[in-house]
Write a protein that binds this ligand. Sequence first.
Ligand code: SDX
Length: 429
Amino acid sequence: MSGNTSQLQVGDKTVDMAIKQGSVGPAVIDIGKLYAQTGMFTYDPGFTSTASCESQITYIDGDAGVLLYRGYPIEQLAEHGDFLETCYLLLYGELPTAAQKADFDYRITRHTMVHEQMARFFQGFRRDAHPMAVMVGSIGAMSAFYHDSTDISDPQQRMIASMRMIAKVPTLAAMAYKYTVGQPFVYPLNSLDYTSNFLRMCFAVPAEEYKVNPVLSRALDRIFILHADHEQNASTSTVRLAGSSGANPFACIAAGTACLWGPAHGGANEAALKMLEEIGSVDNIPKYIAKAKDKNDPFRLMGFGHRVYKNYDPRAKIMQKTTHEVLNELGIKDDPLLDVAIELERIALHDEYFIEKKLYPNIDFYSGITLKAMGFPTSMFTVLFAVARTVGWIAQWKEMIEDPSQKIGRPRQLYTGSPQRDYTPIGRR
Ligand code: SDX
């Protein structure tokens, strides 16, 4: 590499490729002309060394354990701001003034109700459906109810669709929970802040007054901030790819929700809690550490490891602190799952295998303990992740749509199947 170009020798050809440097972080080699000049593709399953786009939203330094939303460290946003302030920041690129924040809160609050007919849409699901299945279906169904904000070429419609999703996904999430527990849906209350409103829609019942616990509401609001965006992760890349075809925003967010559900991604918080319950006690930890290290055993420590973080996930540290805050507020003195989690982390962080592979707790390791203590069933954990990540998906989708160089995403492949051959009639096979 020299200056701002790199050269690739392919046979007797030398291909010059531009090097682009961002504001911070790794530079990129622009390989856009490689196929035209060499007839070859690059090959990078899982995209471990591939930048799919240029973005100004979120920056992660995996080695240093740094996470910035529009340049602001996650620790400062979680400490000083609220989730809707983070939503404004991710969408517009700057922290809001007091007037802008008040206007944004007002607009979001007044979009929290869903079309009344969506309540009947839920009746089509079995009561024992996984809430994530309900979320994928109902978010996708929003394009059948709000088709007056699906024209992606209209900036006004793009913004209305964005507001509607940030505002209505928590309502749909609470409805998904109520539906599975057989309780009546609870309408949003405009006098409550975003997260208190969500808690009330989940846990209020018509039979009595529901009083929001401000400590729990603040804790969940902070958890939403931690989960809001995370660069080009699998579900965000899904949203971008779906959006690149011109699909409507509701369909794109539904696609991202489906991808998030996987246990290697957003489903890890549910899987991590089930793993802690399976381990059951501190005495069983060595057996599970051995399983995690055994190449022939598919078992992995859920909530551990990360494609980008090769240091402690900064969100996990804040998550751990929030766990203690919530357990203290609820008077839960000794949670056996927390004891297992803390001892598992201690052992793993001193184990050669985890040190050599740079496996640290990620955001999903502690979140399940906190959410369970708050009263959410395990099946709702990934739904809560989706509630928070909706703004990140939308901000990334909006950035892609507004990028003048945007085109449909269409990767190629290394073909190792059969070369061309002729059809054999069935009688001669
Ligand atoms: C999220 O991308 C994001 O930003 C995601 C996310 C976001 O905010 O959007 O941060 C949210 O998805 C967090 C990650 C949640 N997933 C889990 O906790 C599931 C458990 N973790 C692993 O499945 C894994 O660590 C991944 C999927 C998270 C990352 O996998 P990679 O980057 O593809 O790494 P890898 O599978 O190639 O693992 C490298 C090595 C392997 O060993 P070798 O083949 O090199 O010998 O580390 C081992 C793996 O076997 N390894 C683990 C492990 N994670 C990786 N071994 C035991 N337990 C684990 N958890």
